[in-house]
Design a protein around this ligand. Structure first.
Ligand SMILES: [Zn+2]
Length: 286
């Protein structure tokens, strides 16, 4: 029996397929979006799957696997097991994420690409796993792509959440599996990065395009669907809240009332939908 909120979801975009593999079921993180109080989100009934009974925002921790042609691309690698973290609820996790990954039909040995939208604690964790007291790549045959701007920021930064860069990014460089890329990098036919800065200095999102259909994988530029109605609601984790708000406004302009499927990196099920106009604002249509 799988825990509620951990089911693998899957979407087809032309001939590409995106699968959600959950590490942690939805959890409330009060204060992450300080403006999104229970009172402020209450008027939006369409937010029901994404808030708890108290009206607190729920966040899912999952990775997304893109399959296109022969390629298997893992987007964001969650928190990881055994990692010492300054956030108690994410420290020294012991989840069965790798089992779920296998149950979803994937083989860590056959993943050819790993990409991280940014280098926060909950996006790079499974880049590595602990083996014999050392952090080794979880995906031993993959090329790991990092945006060079994001890397330049974090390589010398003090991360208040723990030694994230040291145990989840640097070992990938040491193993010779890391490649630095530009923020508009074309990963392969049908998959490209798009710069969506503001949450972090080098944050990127991922665009999937196949046979006239498209999807946009958010990363954390949109943490929660409530920001589709209120792009000005910044996250306490945003490095530049003015820039992150502008990024969200631009995305809503770009994707509002379009066919592009928006797949949320932290959106609990149903996780994917479209941005549609709703009076003076927009909402998530799923
Ligand atoms: Zn995140």
């Amino acid at each position: 029996m799988s825990e509620p909120g951990t089911e693998a979801l899957q979407w087809e975009i032309g001939e590409a397929r995106v699968t959600r593999v959950v590490e942690l079921p939805p959890l409330a993180l009060p204060g992450l979006l300080p403006d999104a109080t229970p009172e402020a989100v209450a008027p939006y009934e369409w937010l029901a799957p994404f808030v708890d009974e108290e009206g607190e925002l729920l966040l899912s921790i999952h990775c997304l696997v893109i399959e296109v042609g022969e390629r298997s691309i893992v987007v964001d690698t969650c928190i990881g097991n055994d990692k010492p973290r300054n956030l108690d609820f994410w420290s020294h996790l012991d989840t069965n994420f790798l089992e779920r990954f296998a149950d979803a039909g994937f083989d860590v040995e056959r993943v050819d690409t790993v990409l991280c939208t940014h280098m926060h604690i909950d996006h790079v964790g499974w880049n590595t796993r602990l083996e014999g007291g050392k952090w080794v790549p979880t995906f031993p045959n993959a090329q790991y792509l990092f945006n060079e701007k994001e890397w330049a920021h974090w390589k010398d930064a003090d991360d208040p959440t723990g030694p994230v860069f040291q145990d989840s990014v640097q070992p990938i460089f040491d193993a010779g599996l890391a490649t630095l890329v530009a923020s508009d990098h074309q990963v392969c036919e049908g998959v490209r990065l798009m710069p969506t800065e503001g949450h972090t200095p080098g944050h990127v999102s991922v665009v999937v395009e196949s046979q006239g259909e498209s999807a946009f994988i958010t990363g954390d530029c949109i943490h929660h669907p409530c920001q589709i109605a209120h792009p000005e609601w910044a996250s306490a984790a945003d490095s530049d809240s003015n820039q992150s708000s502008q990024t969200r406004r631009d995305l809503i302009d770009r994707y509002g009332d379009q066919a592009t499927m928006i797949i949320g990196t932290h959106f609990p099920a149903p996780t994917a939908g479209r941005i549609v106009r709703d009076g003076e604002r927009h909402r998530f249509d799923y």
